[in-house]
Design a protein around this ligand. Structure first.
Ligand code: UD1
Length: 364
């Protein structure tokens, strides 16, 4: 049996490691071990999601918590290096683009432990985003690059990555969704909030560029209050966003909006029950851009760029800002919106392809 460390750190990572964990568990040659760096630690941002995804408690918990970028990255490196020196794995799989992704990839590369990057090759070309730095660093040093779509391969090849390091496996978030599809449909979270299917807008925001300054957050809050004149708005707010709303005195203004429900983070199943029933989604999340494209739900992304362009060219996503939100919302409500299509390999079978690819590589 070979030992494979799966690194999970922050909310969006859990949906990416879970399908791989389950698929590796089915084999007789691989022993998946979950390493939780502790970047996210609130129950609904971490343990509740792992429970929803039927993943057991992590084998290693680094308990790193919050901090500046350097603190968080450095603390993960220090803690994970100790684990690797004591329990050297045969492979390390890092996912996504959070600080822990780059940190653990660096630890592996320097200890000559082969590193796989799941969700490789995505590029926003916006280096003011911490995630873009994490993607560039991770892809430059990983030994194997698992991409979700053809644009990922193209970006890597253009940066000089050799083609034999790349395996296009598809979008693993869809595997998590499909694994829990029935449970998600059966969840009561929509009913509990008094919402009917297809009749409300779902909002999430957490990017520093949107929520860390009053100049960016205030116009967004006003645009959301405007949207709430047309349909109920459910805003599931990240801790960073709640802090911003409080700091800039915007929380009361938002909460006073008649048609707006401001909620704390939710576990995966309850959250996705709200997503599948939404008329539209307003977000700055990477994962939601993908999930809405898969589900054919219109998505307005409050960003200037996206590292997931296929959701715009093929799917239901459009980049907007606070000033253009309303006109796009009206277009959706009048039915003037592309139906979109599901990108190739976003089919719920990505973990199977990943495990087959890893088997080939570990045998060669
Ligand atoms: C991180 C990732 C981002 C990802 C997002 C998903 C990086 C650079 N950013 O951003 O790519 O899209 O996760 O949510 O890795 N906090 C809590 N409870 C928690 C976790 C955080 O209250 O469980 C608070 C922290 O105190 C901190 C803030 O939320 O003030 C931000 O947390 P942090 O992990 O630094 O980054 P995110 O904004 O969550």
């Amino acid at each position: 049996m070979i030992n494979i460390h799966l690194i999970a750190a922050a909310r969006p990572n859990f949906m990416k490691v879970a399908p791989l964990y389950h698929e590796l568990k089915k084999t007789d040659w691989a022993n998946p071990m979950l390493v939780h760096t502790g970047q996210h630690y609130d129950h609904n941002m971490s343990d509740a999601i792992l429970q929803d995804l039927k993943v057991p408690a992590p084998d290693f918990h680094l308990g790193v918590g919050s901090g500046s970028h350097a603190e968080q990255t450095g603390n993960v490196m220090i803690a994970y290096e100790k684990i690797c020196l004591e329990h050297r794995p045969d492979w390390i799989v890092v996912v996504g683009d959070v600080n822990s992704t780059a940190a653990c990839a660096m630890v592996g590369a320097k200890l000559w432990i082969p590193v796989v990057h799941l969700e490789a090759g995505l590029r926003s070309r916006d280096r003011s985003m911490p995630e873009e730095i994490n993607r560039l660093v991770t892809d430059a040093i990983a030994d194997v690059l698992w991409t979700p779509s053809a644009d990922g391969d193209e970006n890597l090849l253009a940066e000089g990555v050799s083609a034999d390091k790349i395996d296009r496996i598809g979008n693993i978030m869809i595997d998590s969704f499909e694994m829990l599809h029935e449970t998600i449909e059966a969840s009561n979270s929509r009913e509990d909030l008094g919402l009917s299917r297809g009749d409300y807008a779902m909002v999430t925001l957490h990017r520093p560029s949107n929520v860390d300054a009053a100049e960016s957050l205030e116009p967004i809050v006003d645009a959301l209050l405007g949207a709430a004149r047309d349909l109920p708005v459910v805003f599931v707010a990240h801790p960073r966003t709640i802090k911003g709303l409080e700091r800039f005195g915007l929380k009361d203004r938002l909460a006073a909006g008649k048609n707006i429900k401001l909620l704390e983070p939710l576990p995966y199943v309850q959250f996705m029950n709200l997503v599948v029933g939404a008329r539209l989604v307003i977000t700055d999340s990477g994962g939601l851009q993908e999930e809405t494209t898969y589900l054919g739900i219109p998505c307005l992304t409050l960003r200037e760029n996206t590292e997931r362009p296929i959701t715009v060219t093929m799917g239901t996503n459009k980049l907007v800002n606070a000033g253009t939100l309303d006109e796009n919302l009206q277009a959706i409500l009048t039915g003037d919106w592309p139906a979109g299509a599901r990108p190739p390999l976003w089919d719920g079978k990505t973990a199977e392809r990943a495990v087959a690819a890893l088997k080939r590589r570990s045998e060669s």
